[in-house]
Design a protein around this ligand. Structure first.
Ligand SMILES: N[C@@H](CCC(=O)N[C@@H](CSC=O)C(=O)NCC(=O)O)C(=O)O
Length: 281
């Protein structure tokens, strides 16, 4: 991994790396925050998945997460949201193609050549982080909107892999809202089994690990009724007996002003889980 940015930040370092991704077949950028504790030994890792239109820059420049990562001693990893480049398929719309990878493995042309964000986040990126940074094996995951969907879906599909999961304004009813339907139709085609395999509402029914989900949702969010529908997640968790901590926040919108207001609560949630000793299974 080649470091292309370095900024001193809260006693640690906010870096940006680029690397050739085997999974995606393109160069990828990823933000890595190293807390001060990482100078002295291995620390846990918290993965952030960003939303539509984002690169690796949005979270590291807008969320204000580094203060809390430094306080709790966790590495923050914030990758780009899709494969990129002139040879990578794209779409003029903001909600498909580059900047809108949706954290799934595309099976349809022209997307299947590069769009394998699920494998990138689940396999390639953790391997790179383990090989290049002072990371313990303890990991957690969170994200925003499209990335909130990605975080919840990936945690549910990979029991035992993450210590905790949380989301801001996640697109949870992925098969029932315009953003999700458009992306799944393009990337996965009309295959109902492929849609079901990445639908958090379906995954909740058969989950073998009941990792509590922390969600913050602004009630002033312009997408709440059309794209987010937190009531559907609430009902699905209640039906499945899955623990959900849903904080509905009056006035807050869909932006990073909202995320930065509650990012400290989310990092505390993850740091608490990441530092718990696990009993041997
Ligand atoms: N129409 C908007 C939509 C883009 C948008 O709101 N993107 C969000 C994530 S939405 C769900 O995944 C975001 O995080 N934007 C980046 C930011 O820094 O705020 C548009 O104007 O493009």
């Amino acid at each position: 991994m080649e470091r292309i940015e370095r900024h001193a930040c809260f006693g640690g370092w906010q870096d940006v790396y680029q690397h050739a991704s085997e999974t995606l077949g393109c160069t990828m950028k990823v933000g890595v925050y190293l807390p001060p504790q990482a100078q002295f030994g291995d620390v846990p890792v918290l993965y952030w998945l960003s939303g539509l239109t984002c690169t690796e820059q949005n979270f590291i420049t807008k969320a204000g997460a580094q203060r809390y990562a430094a306080e709790h001693g966790v590495i923050l990893v914030a990758p780009d949201t899709s494969p990129r480049g002139e040879t990578v398929a794209n779409d003029p719309a903001y909600d498909l193609g580059q900047g809108a990878g949706f954290y799934v493995n595309a099976t349809q042309d022209p997307w299947s050549a590069h769009y394998r964000m699920y494998d990138y986040i689940v396999d390639e990126l953790p391997r790179l982080i383990a090989a290049n940074f002072p990371a313990t094996g303890a990991r957690s995951i969170f994200g925003h909107s499209m990335g909130g969907f990605g975080a919840i879906m990936i945690a549910l599909r990979n029991p035992g892999r993450f210590r905790s999961v949380s989301a801001f304004s996640p697109i949870v009813a992925i098969t029932r809202v315009p953003w999700g339907q458009k992306a799944l139709r393009a990337y996965l085609g009309e295959d109902p089994a492929a849609w079901k395999a990445c639908d958090p509402l379906e995954l909740l029914k058969s989950a073998t690990e009941r990792l509590p989900i922390l969600v913050d949702q602004g009630l002033g969010d312009e997408f709440i009724a059309s794209q987010l529908k937190p009531d559907i997640l609430q009902a699905a968790c209640a039906e499945a007996g899955h623990p959900l901590m849903l904080n509905l926040r009056p006035h807050y919108d869909h932006s990073y002003y909202f995320i930065s207001s509650f990012i400290g609560d989310h990092i505390l949630h993850h740091a608490t889980a990441l530092k718990l000793e696990r009993s041997p299974s």
